[in-house]
Design a protein around this ligand. Structure first.
Ligand SMILES: Cc1cc2nc3c(=O)[nH]c(=O)nc-3n(C[C@H](O)[C@H](O)[C@H](O)COP(=O)(O)O)c2cc1C
Length: 219
């Protein structure tokens, strides 16, 4: 593809609208409604989100895709990972993150910002032990985000873990693996509209009441 062809790639968004009268007063409940619609529309990986974190020492942001695994108490966004990974270290240094969901099939984007805390240990253990055995082994075997010598080294480690835990089912949860819950302070819902005059409604947490203030942003 040439740059001219690339520059000419554009989509007109005209499927839906997003009006103040359409939305629920609570941001997480509104998110759950959009997630349900993404699932109902059979979009690929509807729960996949881009998670952005920051290295507090350098200010360098980084991002990667993870899967949303819950909206506990309709008050947080739950995902699982390795606490010793790059994202784990960044969250330890700066416990704030931004999430992005993009559902092109519905011409929608959601942006979430807030503070991140570790999920309760019993929540992480219950979820870990509900995963397929191969994933449990993988979490023990893989030092996520560290440099490794080869694919063979990883597979050898997998076989070692399988042998070590041969008589245990489920496996214990590794101490370096678990959930994080992002407590949202700001959630923006974006709906594509014609002529790039998209709808954007942003929810901001009100410190005094704990409720949400909803505003419209220019596209
Ligand atoms: C669709 C998809 C889903 C993923 N889900 C997860 C997940 O739930 N947890 C996770 O730790 N990594 C997940 N990954 C891998 C991450 O994108 C990333 O490679 C890994 O977490 C290491 O990131 P880090 O080095 O920035 O910590 C997923 C990747 C893709 C493409």
């Amino acid at each position: 593809m040439t740059d001219a062809e690339l520059a000419a790639l554009r989509q007109t968004y005209a499927q839906r609208t997003l009006l103040e009268t359409d939305v629920l007063p609570d941001a997480v409940r509104q998110f759950r409604q959009w997630l349900d619609e993404a699932v109902a529309a059979q979009l690929p990986e509807p729960a996949a989100l881009t998670l952005a974190t920051v290295d507090a020492a350098t200010g360098q942001p980084s991002q990667r895709v993870v899967l949303l695994k819950g909206l506990p108490d309709d008050a947080g966004f739950l995902f699982y990972t390795n606490y010793d990974s790059r994202k784990g270290h960044e969250l330890a240094s700066q416990p704030r993150a931004a999430l992005n969901f993009f559902w092109p099939g519905l011409e929608r984007q959601v942006r979430v910002e807030g503070l991140v805390e570790k999920a309760p240990a019993d929540t992480s253990t219950a979820y870990f032990q509900s995963r397929p055995r191969g994933s449990q082994v993988g979490a023990w075997a893989s030092p996520q985000s560290q440099v490794i010598g080869s694919r063979q080294e990883l597979e050898a480690r997998e076989h070692e873990i399988e042998a070590e835990f041969a008589d245990q089912n489920p496996l214990p949860r590794p101490p370096h693996w678990g959930g994080y819950v992002l407590r949202p302070q700001r959630v923006e819902f974006w709906q594509g509209r014609p002529s790039r005059l998209h709808d954007r409604l942003v929810y901001e947490r009100e410190a005094s009441s704990g409720g949400w203030r909803i505003s419209r942003l220019a596209p």
